[in-house]
Design a protein around this ligand. Structure first.
Ligand SMILES: [Zn+2]
Ligand SMILES: [Zn+2]
Length: 171
């Protein structure tokens, strides 16, 4: 039996979790009296809630022969998951350099903790204002560089497909 939805060791990772930002998430949760622990296992099967959305951050290309000096993304795909016993984690998908196609791990900004805490609060029934940041991107989402799209967990990629499907089915 192979483990499903875990990354094969021979491949470069296409996403990762960010347990070190747990403190920031905790702080936001504590403001509403919630306490969660970080679920270390990257497990798609045992979670009781899951939600695909996007956050913001920066990428740099680590290919020394590539002339790209990195890029900022308003739409980094993220899958937030909740587990039994007030546990959670989040999988953040990498993007590829447009110049050389090398995979890159993002450096996240505060939108990670805000988004994750917001979703967990929603799942716990906390009344909330919608988050202020909208992360509007200019132009179409470039799926070929987004590992979230390839894994079928990108809110941006999925939304576009839904719209296309909708147009077709209503004509
Ligand atoms: Zn590059
Ligand atoms: Zn995507």
């Amino acid at each position: 039996m192979t483990k499903r939805q875990t990354q094969r060791r021979t491949q470069r990772p296409k996403w990762s979790m960010f347990p070190l930002i747990h403190d920031n998430v905790s702080r936001l949760l504590n403001a509403d009296g919630l306490q969660f622990t970080f679920h270390d296992l990257d497990d798609d099967v045992s979670c009781i809630q899951t939600y695909d959305t996007s956050i913001m951050g920066r990428f740099s290309c680590h290919n020394q022969r590539c002339r790209s000096d990195g890029w900022t993304s308003m739409k980094i795909a993220i899958t937030i998951r909740m587990y039994e016993g007030k546990q959670y984690n989040a999988r953040v998908y990498y993007q590829r350099c447009k110049a050389c196609n090398l995979l890159s791990k993002p450096i996240l900004d505060e939108s990670y903790a805000e988004r994750v805490a917001y979703r967990l609060k929603k799942w716990c029934g906390v009344e909330l204002e919608p988050p202020e940041f909208s992360g509007k991107s200019k132009g179409p989402h470039e799926k070929e560089f987004c590992e979230g799209c390839k894994a079928g967990h990108c809110s941006e990629g999925g939304r576009m497909e839904e719209l296309e499907g909708y147009e077709v089915s209503t004509r």
